[in-house]
Design a protein around this ligand. Sequence first.
Ligand code: G6P
Length: 606
Amino acid sequence: MCGIIGAIGNKNIVPTLIESLKRLEYRGYDSAGIAAVVNHDIQRRRTVGKISELANSLASSPIESNVGIGHTRWATHGKPSVANAHPHASDTVALVHNGIIENHSSLRHDLEKKGYVFSSETDTETVVHLITDELKKGKTPLSAVKDALKQLEGSFAFGIIFKDSPDTLIGAKKGSPLAIGKKDGCVFLGSDAIALSAETNDVIYLEDGDVVELNENSITIYDKNDKIVERELHKNVISGDSVGKDPYAHFMLKEIYEQPIAISKTFASLMTSNRNIDAAKIPVDWSRISKITILACGTASYAGLVSKYWFEQLARIPVEYDVASEFRYREAAMAKDGLTIVISQSGETADTLAAMKYAKEQGQKILSIVNVLHSSIARNSDIVIPTLAGAEIGVASTKAFTTQLTVLLMLALNAAQNKNTISRNALQETLAAISDLPAKIEAALQESDSIKEIAEKIKSANSALYLGRGSLFPIALEGALKLKEISYIHAEGYPAGEMKHGPIALVDEHMPIVVLAPSDNLFDKTASNIQEVAARNGKVILVSDTEGYKKLSDKAADSIIVPSANKNVLPILYVVSLQILAYWCALKRGNDVDQPRNLAKSVTVE
Ligand code: G6P
């Protein structure tokens, strides 16, 4: 999704803008640009494609300035092109925008009637002309921005510079995230702490309705009532180093291999020193919760769907699960004394935020699981449980997913303990299994080379099926999503038992069918489904433990061995092999693993 950056200071800030844009690449983008004030003139460079193109354009035609803005664009209104790339500018003002201006058509119509000429198809350009119009009335940059904002409907984070005020950079936020930082005579604004990571140790997160005026040495924030306010300073936990990918070829691969440590840290953060769940970190009286509603998007939603099995089986609490984009408009009736669990890596996904708002209005208590601590979802929740995955840069989520699962399993265990629906032994066994997970994941990752060979065989497939049962059905969905996202092979996740009601018609000798079949109580059922596929010459890729492999490998074209483990942790373990399979398929097809086409890391628009 679009990323913005701005800087003002006592030195040439153009190299900083480029560095920050590189750190924003992970959000997904198709064009980029910068603008800066040079001798009372606004200069811009904009390119389609990677930041390296923009850097090349600057190398051949350099800009030096003490104030500027930059942008990575993920196209919404208008195709990726230089004309549609940000910053957008008039002869007096330039700005970058993340969000959507919903009333842009009527604004554009009115501005065109006044004689303003548009050079792009974007919703953003209306704001440039609105501010220009206010400036023409003799207003200061700050007043012009404030008055222009009053005319906007939709969501935005802006960075704005002015030809005639080279000592001023203005930011504004409503709906989309905006952070501010300061270091050594320079002040910065950016979409997230990652954008600011190399520049600042402390970060301020703006609230909705805030407008900020930045000068070389000062930060002045006005709230939605136009009162000057102080906002809390937070440590920027993202260091410049933590966003590098060395020694791995890709961020996704690095993040897959970071899962043992990320899970271990997340688990430890919810345990006491005497190996019990730290109830103080989970302030929920589960015996009073009549129903849990789980809301999320994409990969995070599959973590939620896995936890439905855990909460229901372990704690006997009814669970409703929905993707946030559907939930927000379906006017769901919500249970009295219900708990809504919201799951989001970024904490900024627009649909998830809107669904959460609806749940809140319905009187639900909100517990969120987020990876970005000071994100909008975290700030609007009653209870926040962080995943300690560290910065996740690869667009395809991996370590955020397995740490979300870790937190959710701990919550379900805590609920079960609270409600006396689990024996002490079963509880201790599952906790021990979570504690053993890092080692088991490392063992699963040892299979990477043989998974690479399987990827070579299936890389040209047009379509793939992923089958699973019980809590591994959502892992089939996630495995299929990973393959789609980065290899662009069509894939579908299906409950194994449903295959005979439709997908079996697709089975032929070409389509890979990945079957998740651990030796658990459902093994025999899944084994029957494998027989059904094999009888029709289907190409089964069996994912199982050694015991399952012994029983079924003769029916499979290929097998991936996963260590055996306690039933409750299997979803966390099995997904790792599927991440690796998708990674190798994508690489063998020559795709950009970290920035797959059309996808954004954090989707801050509907
Ligand atoms: C995008 C990303 C996915 C992610 C989803 C939800 O689609 O590409 O990887 O799962 O958003 O994001 P969130 O930050 O809310 O977990």
